[in-house]
Design a protein around this ligand. Structure first.
Ligand SMILES: Nc1nc2c(c(=O)[nH]1)N[C@H]1C(S)=C(S)[C@@H](COP(=O)(O)OP(=O)(O)OC[C@H]3O[C@@H](n4cnc5c(N)ncnc54)[C@H](O)[C@@H]3O)O[C@H]1N2
Ligand code: MOO
Length: 376
């Protein structure tokens, strides 16, 4: 059976989950969610012409007579104004406080050119400008600009809720493992990693290595997405394939042309919820989560799947069959492979700044290399 490429598998994953429902949230509560529609300016910003400086609104050439009334400003007059204040009708410009000198009721200073230190109405946004396009992650700056453009509520899609199933009868949760035992690394790693990738772990179980136990846990789950770790192999101790067949899951891929992590698999349950099965080797699990969880999150939230960034290779990256994912560190010459990065080791990833996405042909020193940015 041929396996999809890394890129194809990302596309399959994105298409294997239905978008979540759209809900309205207060702007102040929408951090980390995704805009469900184009969010437009509800009015011009600034709403009126305003001053960019503390000083005086002036009309005509100086010196100016100070006019503290509320009416229009006649030529030859000046009136105090603060940053953000609306200048009186007739004002040509603003003279900053440090450039003017008041003597009696006269203001002296060089006349600023017309429009100086005045921010025109609508300079930042006109009514109806798209401020945050549909599918954008709502970051602090985007929430702030939505507030500035008049929004109280926004239509969003939330992060998918994940039921995490960690398999492995050999796993122990504390201390140094005895012979035959393995210290569980998925429990400390995966929930925060998934959170950094935009998915929220709502349930987390360590499940017995047996298909019926895994299937029972999955059946009782009401999460949007299931993610398991381990048990993707073909031995009798590997429960994922058995659980999928007993649940009637439709397999979208069983293996991907990627190293490490080629056993990573994806199925969709009869109720439409996807199940991403990460391989048990710890680095393989982390790198396949980095590869495919963003695609599932994009499918659920309606966000775009971000393409890898580009860096310069500071050393050779060896290619193998399919795509090779290589933890790498920044150096003055470019990114170079991190050490200690076998599929069962996490030390290299713990040191890495990026993960290089290396094509079959490999990359020579000085070449461009696609990289996944650090969230681990
Ligand atoms: N005959 C073959 N054997 C294996 C193949 C293969 O193609 N043919 N592929 C190898 C690769 S590559 C991987 S990756 C693993 C995938 O197997 P599973 O997904 O079934 O993973 P497990 O057998 O459950 O575990 C593999 C390894 O990882 C350790 N592990 C599992 N979970 C954890 C955890 N939570 N914390 C720490 N370590 C964990 C587990 O103890 C095993 O040592 O299969 C290879 N074999
Ligand atoms: O998934 Mo395995 O080596 O490819 O760790």
């Amino acid at each position: 059976m041929t396996h999809p490429s890394w890129d194809e598998a990302r596309e399959i994953a994105q298409a294997s989950i239905s978008p979540g429902e759209v809900i309205e949230l207060l702007v102040t509560e929408a951090l980390g969610t995704t805009a469900a529609e184009d969010l437009c300016a509800l009015g011009p910003v600034p709403h009126a012409t305003t001053s960019a400086m503390d000083g005086w609104a002036v009309a005509g050439p100086g010196a100016w007579r100070l006019d503290l009334s509320e009416g229009a400003l006649a030529t030859g007059s000046a009136r105090p104004i603060v940053t953000g204040g609306v200048p009186p009708e007739g004002a040509d410009s603003v003279l900053p406080s440090e450039l003017g000198r008041v003597e009696g009721d006269l203001l002296h200073g060089d006349a600023p050119p017309p429009g100086r230190h005045l921010r025109p109405a609508g300079e930042e946004a006109a009514l109806g400008d798209v401020i945050v396009p549909a599918g954008s992650a709502l970051t602090p700056a985007r929430l702030a600009v939505l507030a500035a453009t008049g929004h109280d509520h926004v239509g969003i899609r939330r992060a998918p809720l994940v039921h995490l199933l960690v398999t492995g009868d050999e796993l122990v949760g504390s201390g140094l493992p005895q012979p035959g035992q393995v210290r569980d690394v998925m429990t400390p790693m995966l929930p925060p990693l998934l959170a950094a990738l935009g998915a929220k772990t709502s349930h987390h179980d360590h499940v017995h290595d047996e298909a019926t136990a895994v299937a029972r846990t999955a059946r009782s789950s009401d999460a949007d997405l299931l993610i398991s770790a381990g048990g993707t192999g073909h031995s009798s101790a590997d429960p994922i394939a058995g659980a999928w067949s007993s649940l009637g899951a439709e397999v979208r891929f069983r293996g991907v042309d990627v190293r490490p992590g080629h056993p990573v698999s994806l199925a969709v349950l009869p109720d439409g919820r996807p199940w991403l099965a990460l391989p048990g080797n710890p680095l393989a699990a982390a790198l396949t989560a980095l590869s495919f969880v963003p695609a599932l999150v994009a499918g659920f939230t309606g966000g775009a799947l971000r393409e890898p960034a580009v860096a310069v290779a500071g050393a050779a990256f060896e290619g193998r069959a399919g795509t090779t994912l290589v933890p790498a560190v920044h150096t003055p010459d470019g990114v170079v492979p991190a050490g200690t990065s076998r599929p069962h080791m996490l030390r290299g990833l713990a040191e890495a700044d990026v993960v290089a996405v290396v094509p079959r042909a490999g990359i020579a020193p000085g070449g461009r290399v696609d990289v996944l940015p650090r969230v681990w």
